[in-house]
Design a protein around this ligand. Structure first.
Ligand SMILES: NC(=O)c1ccc[n+]([C@@H]2O[C@H](COP(=O)([O-])OP(=O)(O)OC[C@H]3O[C@@H](n4cnc5c(N)ncnc54)[C@H](OP(=O)(O)O)[C@@H]3O)[C@@H](O)[C@H]2O)c1
Length: 269
């Protein structure tokens, strides 16, 4: 099923939707998408006086909210820090959401959280999901694949000198615009009380994707397939990063997105 074909639910157009992490990459797009549809979307982050780690501002911002969408991210990806971020902030958020009578709790997570046990980041996302499932608030967990916008960071992380070493696996990345569109539709729909996978419209070999990305930026790094290479410290098998079953697919294709990015960058030079 594509995102366009997804069912648009009947809904209350005055619904207050609080976006935790509403100033971030996905959060800011989500706020715009929901406002364009006529929803009362409120961005919440430390910049707007809301801190999920300390609880500051949560009671106030959640007052009268029907839906809370958590698209926040940890400032540090170090194993201990990321676990502390997702467990503490999720506990605080769930407690305040229950007090405020929130009817739908939505969180953005990652495809493969349960399948990659040696990734500290994914263990923390898994812990976040477990807290949500056990909290008793109707919920939807959205598992997304890697964002196009994250691909540079993947290349940098896998770089050894002038070589990028990648395991021989499949990847099905998606544009942040498609992620925000999908999360927005799910947020205004009925709670799934389960998980839905979303992904990009095409699968790539990991090396092929990174090579395309580097070439478009005339980046001279050489891409090498290395079965011993790890992904952010984790060992992956061929299908670890792609949805295991059915997924809702975005529409934006990587080559088109990349072409637009490169054109915009050269115009602004
Ligand atoms: N990157 C990927 O490829 C990928 C794939 C699948 C799923 N995801 C998930 O997508 C989600 C969103 O990622 P993103 O790239 O949009 O993140 P991002 O751009 O880094 O934005 C993170 C947001 O979280 C906010 N935040 C940080 N600390 C906070 C705190 N203590 N209290 C409240 N808000 C806080 C930030 O606010 P400030 O700017 O004010 O600090 C910002 O608005 C993450 O949960 C990630 O796990 C990512």
């Amino acid at each position: 099923m594509t995102l366009i074909e997804s069912d648009e639910q009947e809904r209350d157009i005055d619904m207050k939707v609080v976006i935790i992490g509403g100033t971030g990459l996905i959060g800011s797009k989500l706020v715009t998408t929901l406002r364009e549809r006529g929803d009362h979307a409120v961005a919440a982050s430390p910049d707007t006086g809301v801190n999920t780690l300390t609880g500051q501002g949560l009671a106030e911002v959640l007052q009268g909210a029907s839906v809370v969408v958590d698209v926040s991210n940890s400032p540090s990806f170090e194993d201990k820090a990321v676990m502390e971020f997702f467990t503490t902030s999720t506990r605080n958020l769930l407690e305040h959401a229950a007090d405020a009578g929130v009817k739908h709790y939505v969180a953005l997570s990652v495809v493969g959280t349960g399948r990659i046990p040696d990734s500290g980041y994914l263990q923390a996302k898994n812990a976040q999901e477990t807290l949500i499932r056990g909290a008793g608030i109707p919920y939807s967990i959205v598992h997304a694949t890697q964002f196009f916008e994250f691909i540079n960071r993947i290349a940098d992380e896998a770089t050894d000198g002038t070589t990028v070493r990648l395991p021989p696996i499949l990847i099905q990345p998606m544009a942040a615009d498609d992620v925000a569109e999908a999360v927005g539709r799910i947020a205004v729909g009925e709670p799934l009380n389960g998980t839905v996978d979303i992904a990009g419209p095409e699968q790539f070999r990991f090396d092929e994707l990174i090579r395309l990305s580097l070439r478009a930026r005339t980046d001279p790094r050489e891409v090498v397939v290395d079965p011993r290479a790890r992904y952010f410290g984790a060992e992956l098998d061929e299908r670890s990063l792609i949805p295991a079953g059915e997924a809702r697919l975005g529409e934006i294709r990587f080559r088109e997105w990349l072409g637009q990015r490169v054109a915009t960058a050269s115009r602004s030079r």
